[in-house]
Each structure stands twice: as structure tokens, then as C-alpha cells.
Design a protein around this ligand. Structure first.
Ligand SMILES: Cc1cc2nc3c(=O)[nH]c(=O)nc-3n(C[C@H](O)[C@H](O)[C@H](O)COP(=O)(O)OP(=O)(O)OC[C@H]3O[C@@H](n4cnc5c(N)ncnc54)[C@H](O)[C@@H]3O)c2cc1C
Length: 503
């Protein structure tokens, strides 16, 4: 079949899924006012890849069928493949300002990574390979749900059965497959995905115990599967707003977050990827390096996001001429540097890409790891800069509807700025409000902190896995050299700092 267009994607979401929001069951996510903006944005992404002017940039020839399929599904074999994939992802993420973080490329690159290293799934390897091909050829959009509900984080999930029996686990096996009951948090894009992938989270490893085995599962099923229910948080777009221009980003890019409930859900054997295997569950990211590909995608997304906020900062500062002040220039320089950092990290990860044992290339994890840890802070700071520059102007704004209301003449006169008429100023400041102050922005900030797992535990893993010895040895050489230099009578060099072998 190959790439789908937006119309086909929207039609696929009218599948009778059990999605609940605000106490209602959503009859059709593509038309419900709380969700239609997100659905439309998703459709636009798929239309982009079908645009005849972009088809070569956005797609490649399927190795299985020869059909054009999305480039985010490619299993890169060369650095050039990584670059091609990045160009495609940058176009999608630019289209969404980096603010629709679960554009389907995120899981497409992850699934391609799992499939490339599918031997790590042991007896289920072929299921993973076939599933990847199925998703690629049918251009499906996935969500994933990796973590257990937040009930008691002082004990491992497998030690909590006596308490509430909350977390999803395999409750029995049948000839047809495994049966799963319980809940998983949290599935972004759940409202708009065709399928859900349930896998492990590197920051939530399981212990090697018998009790942990039912939780050691991995599988994928359609969202519209019997017994699968999703409960979405309320929308970030206030549907009662005077004008959609009052919340211009939230109106388009709320990608939804859902709790996923499995009520005796049958997962057919052909869709099972991990079953009762704690070692595979805990080690699959390390083995397949799928996370390096996902990090490539989200670093491109962060690059798009940083570029958008930088442009917004320039426009905001120009509108009231505050860019004549030096500290404002300093804040704008921070936004330039953030964008440059994201761009450099992505390019470095491609330039230093590594060959995997499966004949593919994975982007170098070092630069992308730096993005994962730095971007949440840099993005929060970027929002703070927009707040500092917009100041009271971010809150004196009327609804955009006022530009055509009874008070339009007042609005025309009193909301102008040095470099823009009132309509332009209101549009610009409402955009800034939505990007950096609103509930939508708050969710983006929290997303950046947590979507890739708890940064505290991830930082621990980074430290533990880092090759520290050459650095420690170097410091010891230095202090010994320093001591020798202090006690020496000649005037030769006090010390020689040895280099560090490349990591
Ligand atoms: C907006 C958003 C979207 C997301 N989308 C997805 C998604 O699509 N799919 C998905 O699978 N996940 C998603 N996540 C969830 C993400 O995986 C988790 O938020 C992340 O793994 C952290 O888990 P938690 O939220 O349960 O926090 P918790 O584990 O409850 O942690 C809360 C706090 O307690 C501390 N803490 C808890 N336990 C420990 C411990 N053992 N050691 C040290 N500190 C601890 C943490 O450091 C943190 O400060 C999303 C999260 C957000 C915020």
C-alpha cells in the first residue's frame, strides 16, 4: 500500500475505539472539537509526504514491495541515510513547530531499530520483523506505553500485587495468545494512533524474579481492540475561546495523553514480542539501539522547537523595539545558542554514527544524550525569556475576536506596537502566550523533562555507563606531574597533561 494521505489517516481513526475524555466517550476523534485540531495536524503531516513536490524527500522505495513508504521507516545503512531521514523529520517537525512531539516519526524510527536488532527478541524475533514491515507498508501511526501507573514508586511493580493489582501484566495464556489485564501510563498520541506498542522502559527495569515475569511483556495491538480502553486528560485547547487565534498552537498541536486500560485483552501470538523474559525486557534497548534512533528524532524535534522559539523571540523583541536594550540582545543570543546547540548535536550524531552489529548505522548516542539532558532546561529557559520580553503585554491581550467586535476601533488604536498594527500585535503576543505561558506550554515543558524517562534515573545510568577511568587516570598523572614539578630544581615544563583516548 505505501504512504497514506491525510484523508486516509483520518478515516482510519474512525474505528470504534474506546476513548474517554471529560467523562464522555469520544464518538469520533476527527470531529470532536477537543481533538479535531490534533487530528488535522496529524493528517497534514501525512499529506506532506504525498505532496508530489516532496515525495522524493519524504519517502523511499520499500525494500519489500517497491511502493513508496515513509523515510522515517528506513533502516539506515549509511550516514547519508541518516541525513536523508533527518531532512524528512525536520520537515515534519518544522511543520508542527516542534510542538507536536509525538509525530509518528518518533515511533517509526524506534520500530525500525527494534526490527533491525530483532534477534534480541529471541523466539519472537520474526514477529518483530513482520510487525515492522506491516506498519511500514500500511503507514500506521503508533503510540507506546512503557511505564506502570504511578501508585507506589517505593517498591518494584512486581512487589505491589498485594496492594492494588494496578499494573498491566499477563494474566494467562491461551492457544490464541496472551491475555493482558491492568493499566499502563501513559500514551501520548493515543487518541490519534492506529496501534499501541507496549514495551519496557529503560528507567523501570524489572528484577530477575518469578513475580516479575508476568510484567516482562512486549506486544502491539490496534487501539480498537476488544477490552482496550483509553482515558485521555482534558484538552489543552479551551474550546470556549472567543477565537481559535487566542490559542493558536494548542488549537492545532495537542497530541493527547492517555491512560491505557487492558481489560482481559487478547494479544495474538503473532503480535507478542516479549513474554515472561526479564533479561530481554531489561536489555532490549541496549541490544537494538532503538533508543539512539528515537533520540535522533527527538533531537530534530528539539531543533525545530528551538528554531521556532528563537524566531518568536526575535519577532516579539522587534515588535516593541526592546531589542535596542543590551540585556534583551543577551537573551536573544541565548536563543540563538540553544538552536545552534540542537543543530550541532544532530549533525555530530550523524557524522560520528556507528555501525551496529546488524549492518545498520545508528546515530552516535553521545551528542543526542546531551540533548536529552540539556534541552528540558534550555526549553524552560527559552519560555522564561519569552515571558521576560513579553512581560505585561502577554496578559493585557484581548481575545482576537475583539478585533472584529463592538470595540474594534479601540482595539485598533490601543493595541498597536511600534512595528505592527493591532491585529498583528495581538496575533503575535497570543502566539507567544501559547508557546511560553499557557497550560499547553506547561505540558510541553513537563513533556520535555519526562517523555524519555525520569531524568534522575537516566542521569544515574549515564554516569554508571560512562568510561570514567581514562579521565581519573589523567587527573592522577596531572597531580603527580605537578608534585614532581614543584620539587624539581630545573626549569623544565611543570607538567604534561596527557590526552584522552576518544570515547
Ligand atoms: C507529557 C508526558 C508525556 C509522556 N508520554 C509518554 C508516552 O507516550 N509513553 C510512555 O511510555 N511514557 C510517557 N511519558 C511517561 C514517562 O515515561 C514518565 O513520566 C517517566 O518515565 C517518569 O515516570 P513517572 O512519570 O511515573 O514518574 P515517577 O517515577 O513517579 O517519578 C516521580 C518523581 O519521583 C522520583 N522517583 C520515583 N521513583 C524513583 C526511583 N526509583 N529512584 C529515584 N527517583 C525516583 C523521580 O525522580 C521523580 O522526581 C510521558 C510523560 C509526560 C510528562
Amino acid at each position: 500500500m505505501g504512504v497514506r494521505n491525510g484523508r486516509q489517516v483520518l478515516a482510519g481513526l474512525r474505528d470504534g475505539r474506546q476513548l474517554w475524555m471529560d467523562g464522555d466517550r469520544i464518538a469520533d476523534v476527527t470531529v470532536d472539537a477537543r481533538l479535531a485540531g490534533g487530528a488535522q495536524s496529524l493528517a497534514e503531516l501525512y499529506d506532506l509526504q504525498c505532496d508530489p513536490a516532496l515525495i522524493d524527500e519524504m519517502t523511499y522505495e520499500s525494500p519489500g514491495t517497491g511502493d513508496r513508504v515513509g523515510l522515517s521507516f528506513i533502516q539506515p545503512e549509511t550516514r547519508d541515510d541518516l541525513v536523508r531521514r533527518r531532512v524528512m523529520m525536520k520537515r515534519w517537525n518544522d511543520h508542527c513547530l516542534g510542538m507536536f512531539p509525538r509525530s509518528p516519526d518518533f515511533l517509526n524510527v524506534g520500530l525500525a531499530g527494534y526490527a533491525a536488532g530483532a534477534d534480541g527478541f529471541g523466539p519472537y524475533a520474526d514477529n518483530v520483523r513482520r510487525y515492522y514491515e506491516h506498519v511500514r507498508e500500511n503507514d500506521l501511526a503508533l503510540t507506546h506505553s512503557l511505564t506502570n501507573p504511578q501508585a507506589d514508586r517505593s517498591r518494584d511493580v512486581s512487589e505491589q500485587l498485594d496492594a492494588n493489582d494496578l499494573a498491566a501484566r499477563v494474566v494467562r495464556e491461551t492457544d490464541a495468545g496472551i491475555v493482558v489485564s491492568g493499566a499502563r501510563m501513559l500514551a501520548t498520541l493515543g487518541a490519534f494512533s492506529d496501534e499501541i506498542l507496549v514495551m519496557s522502559a529503560p528507567t523501570f527495569p524489572l528484577p530477575e524474579t518469578e513475580a516479575a515475569k508476568p510484567f516482562a511483556m512486549g506486544f502491539a495491538i490496534p487501539v480498537a481492540t476488544d477490552g482496550l480502553r483509553m482515558i485521555a486528560r482534558p484538552p489543552l485547547y479551551p474550546t470556549g475561546a472567543g477565537s481559535a487565534m487566542d490559542h493558536p498552537i494548542a488549537a492545532r498541536f495537542d497530541d493527547s495523553d492517555c491512560m491505557v486500560i487492558f481489560d482481559d485483552v487478547l494479544v495474538p501470538w503473532e503480535r507478542v514480542f516479549i513474554h515472561r523474559d526479564v533479561a530481554v525486557f531489561n536489555g532490549i534497548y541496549r541490544h537494538t539501539q532503538a533508543h539512539a534512533h528515537m533520540a535522533h528524532q527527538y533531537s530534530v524535534k528539539d531543533w525545530s522547537k528551538a528554531e521556532f522559539i528563537m524566531g518568536l523571540g526575535f519577532a516579539l523583541a522587534k515588535s516593541t523595539n526592546i531589542d535596542v536594550h543590551q540585556h534583551v540582545q543577551g537573551m536573544l543570543a541565548e536563543l540563538i545558542n540553544t538552536t545552534e546547540f540542537m543543530r550541532s548535536a544532530v549533525i555530530a550524531s550523524e557524522a560520528e554514527a556507528i555501525e551496529t552489529p546488524f549492518g545498520t548505522m545508528a546515530p552516535a548516542p553521545g551528542p543526542l544524550g546531551a540533548v536529552r539532558f540539556m534541552f528540558p532546561q534550555l526549553f524552560r529557559r527559552a519560555c522564561e525569556i519569552i515571558q521576560n520580553m513579553g512581560a505585561g503585554g502577554l496578559f493585557m491581550l484581548p481575545s482576537f475576536a475583539e478585533t472584529e467586535g463592538e470595540r474594534a476601533a479601540d482595539v485598533d488604536r490601543y493595541y498597536q506596537s511600534a512595528n505592527g498594527d493591532s491585529r498583528t500585535r495581538i496575533k503575535l503576543f497570543r502566539l507567544a502566550y501559547d508557546a511560553a505561558v499557557s497550560g499547553f506550554s506547561g505540558r510541553q515543558q513537563l513533556y520535555e523533562r519526562y517523555f524519555a524517562g525520569d531524568p534522575v534515573r537516566s542521569a544515574g545510568f549515564l554516569y554508571q555507563g560512562f568510561d570514567k577511568d581514562p579521565h581519573i587516570d589523567r587527573i592522577h598523572t596531572l597531580i603527580d606531574d605537578l608534585e614532581a614539578g614543584m620539587t624539581r630544581s630545573d626549569t623544565g615544563p611543570a607538567f604534561r597533561l596527557p590526552g584522552i583516548p576518544p570515547q
